[in-house]
Design a protein around this ligand. Structure first.
Ligand SMILES: Nc1ncnc2c1ncn2[C@@H]1O[C@H](COP(=O)(O)OP(=O)(O)OP(=O)(O)O)[C@@H](O)[C@H]1O
Ligand SMILES: [Mg+2]
Length: 462
């Protein structure tokens, strides 16, 4: 694999050959052109165009404009004559990545080219991810590249057209709401209501009147009759959030809705029929509630016709880069932020964290980072991963029954995060990182080799 493709546009043949040969010796694939006119058709597939400013025919500035109007994605570096700063400034204003003032040393040429190519590689990577986002790894606005999420998309597609009851299970912030809405949206019921019912927020008697409605005079204050949420959801979808919190009496009535699609309003003997599709969600393990007798078994089986378990984000880390880029693009517009991209180092930081608040926490983190960042690309240093949260969990860990590690986190992964963080803070210097971790240098080297992070990094820090 060449390090990248470069086009050199220079009418002075000797200089062009020198530049070409030097770049080839650095591992680039290089093409030459003696004029901008010759260069334009060669530019589409390259990563970088290095062009002289003064050329016969079209000049360097016109070349930049030509390339832009053709949508060529290559970066441009302009070679200018000694002392012609205005030209360089003009070129940069038009979007040139850098300039080289003649005469330049081959070392300087290498430095500039390396820098521009590194930025270009990042752009390409972002573009590649964006293309993928546009296609396979997205269902409506739900992003997911992991096998688990793609399975979920398939299930959603299969189950949406039916009236089957769906039980969504997953921690807070994994996307249960989004999936419930997607199922409704892709169902023949999509033109009717999607009614969300939050089962935690209400005391039992209120919940009953909310869900099933009431007749005038059913209780003090019931001065008019009112339909309940299930009636509102007729022909549409009822989404029962936090189903595990529903009290026993109401569980019986839900069972009847699921079995017979029938109910009565509070204070009425009239049995009503309703055509409703039920989707339920829980962020606790309902089986525990079953065993403790807090949740009816018959209702559980009626709800669990199509179970969809959404794994926590830390168990599908490959989704993190895609989600991060998606949120950068979505939020940067709303926030009027300059940042439209996220650097690989910033993504690495996100990958190292365990995300107890799942996708919601990732979205909030990106939002906070966008507000505080100033550049066009979010950098590692811009990542505002909530420190308060880790401090809280450290304090919580002091009490006897609180978990030592964030839920789902393993000691091994936690240790690796610490080691990576130490190496990062020590700029790759192992002795320094070992001191931070209270390890001998050899012990650290051993752990790094276990993590596949030894060799290679040796030269960098020491
Ligand atoms: N796969 C995803 N792609 C894009 N955005 C997502 C994804 N998953 C979650 N989100 C976003 O994360 C946030 C939380 O998602 P959602 O409200 O669906 O989670 P939830 O599982 O219902 O959480 P809770 O249990 O707290 O109600 C929302 O802003 C949602 O847009
Ligand atoms: Mg929710």
């Amino acid at each position: 694999m060449p390090a990248g493709r470069i086009l050199v546009v220079e009418d002075e043949e000797k200089l062009r050959r020198v530049v070409e040969l030097h770049l080839e010796s650095q591992g680039y694939e290089v093409e030459g052109a003696a004029s901008a006119e010759q260069g334009v058709p060669l530019a589409a597939p390259v990563d970088l165009v290095i062009t002289d400013f003064r050329l016969p025919g079209m000049d360097g500035i016109q070349l930049i404009k030509q390339l832009q109007s053709r949508g060529v994605a290559a970066a441009v570096v302009v070679m200018t004559a000694h002392g012609s700063v205005e030209t360089a400034v003009e070129a940069m204003k038009l979007g040139a990545a850098d300039f080289l003032q003649k005469p330049f040393s081959l070392d300087h040429l290498s430095t500039v080219v390396e820098k521009v190519m590194a930025v270009q590689a990042m752009r390409n990577e972002n573009r590649r991810m964006r293309d993928e986002l546009d296609g396979r790894y997205q269902f409506d606005n739900i992003i997911g590249r992991s096998a688990a999420m793609r399975d979920i998309f398939q299930t959603v597609e299969r189950v949406a057209p039916t009236r089957a009851t769906v039980l969504l299970a997953g921690e807070s912030g994994v996307g249960k709401d989004m999936i419930a809405r997607a199922i409704h949206h892709h169902s023949p019921r999509s033109r009717h209501a999607f009614v969300k019912i939050n089962c935690t927020a209400l005391p039992e008697n209120l919940m009953e009147s909310e869900l099933f409605g009431y007749e005038k005079g059913a209780f003090t204050g019931a001065s008019v009759s009112k339909p309940g949420k299930f009636e509102q959801a007729d022909q549409g979808t009822a989404f029962l959030d936090e189903i595990g919190d529903v009290p026993g009496n109401i569980q019986v009535k839900l069972l009847r809705i699921l079995q017979e699609r029938q109910f009565e309003r509070l204070g009425s003997n009239l049995t009503r029929n309703v055509d409703v599709r039920v989707i339920a969600a829980t962020n606790v393990d309902l089986r525990a509630a079953l065993e403790e007798g807090r949740f009816r078994e018959d209702l559980y089986y009626r709800l669990n016709v199509v179970p969809i378990n959404i794994p926590p984000l830390r168990q599908r880390r490959e989704d993190i880069p895609f989600l991060a880029l998606h949120f950068v693009q979505k939020l940067s517009k709303d926030l009027g932020s300059r940042a439209k991209d996220i650097s690989p180092a910033a993504v690495d930081r996100l990958l190292e964290y365990s995300w107890p608040g799942n996708v919601r926490e990732l979205e909030n983190t990106i939002e906070r980072s966008l507000v505080l960042a100033s550049g066009e690309m979010l950098q590692a240093a811009d990542m505002r991963i909530e420190a308060a949260r880790s401090a809280n969990s450290a304090a919580a860990a002091q009490s006897q029954n609180a978990p030592l590690l964030p839920e789902g986190e393993t000691l091994e992964h936690w240790e690796q995060m610490m080691i990576k963080e130490a190496m990062r803070r020590a700029n790759g210097n192992k002795s320094q990182a070992a001191r931070m971790l209270g390890l001998t240098r050899n012990a650290l080297r051993y752990r790094l080799s276990q993590m596949g992070m030894d060799a290679g990094t040796e030269a960098a820090g020491e």
